[in-house]
Design a protein around this ligand. Sequence first.
Ligand SMILES: Cc1cc2nc3c(=O)[nH]c(=O)nc-3n(C[C@H](O)[C@H](O)[C@H](O)COP(=O)(O)O)c2cc1C
Length: 219
Amino acid sequence: MRVPKLEQPPELWDRLYAPASCVAIITTVDRDGSVNAASYATCVRVSHKPVHIAFTTNLAGKHTLGHTASNVRATGEFVVNLPIFDRAILEKVRIVALPFARGVNELEKAGLTTLPATRIKPPRILECARHFECEVEWTKEWLGRLMVVGKVVAASVDADKVDDQGYVLWDRIRPAYYCGVPYGGGMFAGACETMVVDMPYEGPETEFNRLYEKATFES
Ligand SMILES: Cc1cc2nc3c(=O)[nH]c(=O)nc-3n(C[C@H](O)[C@H](O)[C@H](O)COP(=O)(O)O)c2cc1C
């Protein structure tokens, strides 16, 4: 018997599309170098090569401070720090998401450790496993928010969390995902399984695809 389909109304689409991306803490600095950090679940790699990362963020408004947006516009730089699925760091993800006043360093508030980035001014976060240092490629105001696309100019990872070919070790990298509940709900999901899936089809398209993948993923 086939499982019946539930038609979901627009207000439930976002909830349904979970996980949409890894949870991230994005660090930025203002023109004076003051550090800001905020949590993001809508932060996605949008291009394989060169690697680009996109996210949307609040503009300053009645209930929002928009510090990430104004810093990104002022300096053109941000770091995407990816935590693992671990209670201690995920609690800190919730702390840095709080609306601290401009100039307050959320990393200090959360007891996280600043690690200088290698190419840009915003810092990395020591306790996160993966870091993507980005230069802003373009921004667009959209739906009352700021969409930001950044080009990755440097990336780093805990040495024990990738193999010697740079593939992530899922049982160690353990990404965390937004779970479809409001951000205040504090619910996260983790996934860390890999599966090699066969291509049970042969034809000219598979060769075309192989060449595309070679051009896209192999240097
Ligand atoms: C788990 C989690 C995920 C979040 N994801 C997003 C997101 O994708 N986009 C967003 O605008 N805010 C998101 N937030 C809320 C921001 O972190 C929060 O509004 C923060 O105060 C914004 O800081 P800012 O003023 O430095 O930009 C999230 C919060 C949590 C706890």
